[in-house]
Write a protein that binds this ligand. Structure first.
Ligand code: TGC
Ligand code: FAD
Length: 389
C-alpha cells in the first residue's frame, strides 16, 4: 500500500506543539505498520485484534489525559484528539476500542469513583491489563437514556441489579463494566467486575458496520454488588452524559482521520486510474469532488483543533461538542460515500480502505448521539427551547 499522506491544506501542523506532533506521529506510524496490515482480515472475520492491546498500552493511548499517578499519561486534550484521529485513520473500530476504555470507563472512574475504585482499576485499564465497557443504551432506551429500565435496588448493604443493556462496545471481552441504573433516588453508576454471578455479555453478531469491534448485550439478572461498587459521585443522568461529552470529543477528531484516509486513497487512485485515455483525476467532475472533500476535511480539522484548544483552556461546553461531533461525522460519511463511488467496483472491495470506512461511519453517525440528536442539542442551545420531546 502507498505511504499515507495526510492532508494539511491550511498548514495546521504549525499550530501543534512539538510534543503533540510527537504523539501524533508515533500513533500514525504504529497504525500504518501494526494495524492496517491486519484490518482487512479482522473486518471480514468480525473480530478485533485484541493481541495488540499491550502495544496500544505501550503507546499510551488508554486514558492519556488521566494523571500519571493513576497510570495515565497526563497528556493534554489536543494530544488525545490527535491520537483518536490517527487511530480512526486505521479503523473506527480501533478508535472505538480506545474511546470506550479512556473516555467511557477511565473517565467516569476518575471523575465519579471512590479513591479505592481509582486505585484498583485505573492502572489496570491504562496498562491494558483490564478492558472496560460502558453500559448505558438499552433495547428501548437509546437516544433517551433517561428512559432506562435497568434498576438497582437496595438489599441491606448491597445492591441488586437487574436489566439489559444493548449495543455495548467491548462488552464480551471486558473485565469491568460501568453500568448505569435507576434507583429510588435517580440514576446511579456502578463499576462492577464482569465475573459476578448473574452477569453475562453475549456478543451481538451479523453487523455490517464496525465489524472489527466487539458489540454485546449486557444481561444483569439479580447481580448482587456491594455499595463499594457504586460510584459515589454519581447523582443523575448528568453523569453518563458528561462521559458522552468526553467520548464525542474524541470522535470529532477521529472522524476526520477516517475522512483523511479516504481522501488519500481516492486522490492516489484517481491520479493512476486511466479512463477514456487519461487519468480520472484529469476530469472536472472528479476534481470538483476532490476539492469538496479537501475543503470539508480542512474545515473539520479547524473545528476539532479549536475545540481541543478550548477544552485544554477549560472553556469547552457540551454544546460545542454536539456541533463538532455532528459536523465531522457527517462530513466524513459523505466523503466516504463519494470516495466509494469514485473507486468504481474497487470501492466495494476490502482491499481498499474506503468502503470499510464508509460502512463504519454509519455506526459512528448513530452512536454517541445520533446526527439528529446533535441537531436538536444545537437547536436547544441556540433557542433555549428543547425539542427532544
Ligand atoms: P437533559 O434534561 O437535557 O439533561 C440531563 C442533565 O444532563 C446535563 N447534560 C449534559 N451534561 C454534560 N454533557 C452533555 N452532553 C449533557 N447533556 C445534558 C443537563 O444539563 C442536565 O443537567 P442537570 O444538572 O440540569 O440535571 O436530559 P434529556 O433526558 O432531556 O436528554 C437530552 C439528550 C437527548 C441530549 C441526551 O439524553 C442525549 O445525549 N441522548 C443521546 C444518547 C447517547 O448519545 N447515547 C450514547 C451511548 S454510549 C455510546 O454510544 C458509545 S459508542 C462508543 C464507541 O464505540 O466509540
Ligand atoms: P433511537 O433512539 O431509537 O433512534 C432512531 C432514530 O430516531 C434516529 O434517527 C434518531 O435520530 C431518531 N430520534 C430519536 N429521538 C428523536 C427525537 N427526540 N426527535 C427526532 N428524532 C429522534 N451504547 C452504549 O451505551 N455503550 C456502547 O458502548 C455503545 N456502543 C455502540 C456501538 C455500536 C456499533 C452502535 C451501533 C451503537 C452503540 N451504542 C452504545 C448505542 C448507541 O449509542 C445508540 O444506538 C444510539 O444512542 C441511538 O439509540 P437507538 O439505536 O436506540 O436509536
Amino acid at each position: 500500500m502507498a505511504e499515507y499522506r495526510h492532508l494539511d491544506y491550511m498548514l495546521l501542523d504549525e499550530k501543534f506543539s512539538e510534543e503533540e506532533l510527537m504523539v501524533r506521529d508515533a500513533v500514525r506510524t504504529w497504525t500504518s505498520e501494526r494495524f492496517i496490515p491486519l484490518i482487512m482480515d479482522h473486518f471480514e472475520a468480525g473480530t478485533f485484534p485484541t493481541e495488540l492491546t499491550p502495544e496500544l498500552a505501550e503507546l499510551g493511548v488508554f486514558g492519556p489525559t488521566i494523571p500519571e499517578e493513576y497510570g495515565g499519561a497526563g497528556l493534554n486534550s489536543v494530544s488525545y484528539g490527535l491520537i483518536c484521529q490517527e487511530l480512526e485513520r486505521g479503523d473506527s473500530g480501533l478508535r472505538s476500542f480506545v474511546s470506550v476504555q479512556g473516555s467511557l470507563v477511565m473517565y467516569p472512574i476518575y471523575a465519579f469513583g471512590s479513591e479505592e475504585q481509582k486505585r484498583e482499576w485505573l492502572p489496570q485499564l491504562a496498562s491494558g491489563k483490564a478492558i472496560g465497557c460502558f453500559g448505558l443504551t438499552e433495547p428501548d432506551a437509546g437516544s433517551n437514556p433517561g428512559g432506562m429500565l435497568t434498576n438497582a435496588k437496595r438489599d441491606g448493604g448491597d445492591w441488586i441489579l437487574n436489566g439489559r443493556k444493548m449495543w455495548i462496545t467491548n462488552g464480551t471481552i471486558s473485565d469491568v463494566a460501568i453500568v448505569w441504573a435507576q434507583t429510588e433516588d435517580g440514576i446511579r453508576g456502578f463499576c462492577i467486575p464482569t465475573n459476578l454471578p448473574g452477569f453475562s455479555a453475549p456478543e451481538q453478531k451479523h453487523k455490517w458496520s464496525l465489524r472489527a469491534s466487539i458489540t454485546s448485550e449486557l444481561v444483569l439478572e439479580d447481580v448482587r454488588v456491594p455499595d463499594s461498587m457504586r460510584m459515589p459521585e454519581t447523582t443523575s443522568l448528568r453523569n453518563p452524559l458528561m462521559c458522552l461529552t468526553q467520548a464525542r470529543y474524541g470522535i470529532a477528531w477521529g472522524a476526520i482521520g477516517a475522512a483523511n484516509s479516504v481522501f488519500d486513497e481516492v486522490l492516489g487512485y484517481t491520479k493512476e486510474r486511466i479512463v477514456f485515455d487519461k487519468p480520472l483525476a484529469g476530469y472536472q467532475i472528479p476534481q470538483a469532488k476532490l476539492a469538496e472533500m479537501a475543503t470539508q476535511i480542512t474545515m473539520g480539522q479547524m473545528l476539532a483543533l479549536q475545540l481541543g484548544r478550548l477544552k485544554d483552556e477549560g472553556k469547552m461546553t457540551p454544546a460545542m461538542v454536539n456541533m463538532a461531533k455532528r459536523n465531522n461525522v457527517h462530513v466524513a460519511l459523505n466523503i466516504a460515500r463519494t470516495g466509494r463511488d469514485m473507486l468504481g467496483a474497487n470501492g466495494i472491495s476490502l482491499e481498499y480502505q474506503t468502503g470499510r470506512h464508509m460502512c463504519n461511519l454509519e455506526s459512528v453517525y448513530t452512536y454517541e448521539g445520533t446526527h439528529d440528536i446533535h441537531t436538536l442539542a444545537i437547536g436547544n442551545e441556540l433557542t433555549g427551547i428543547p425539542a427532544f420531546r
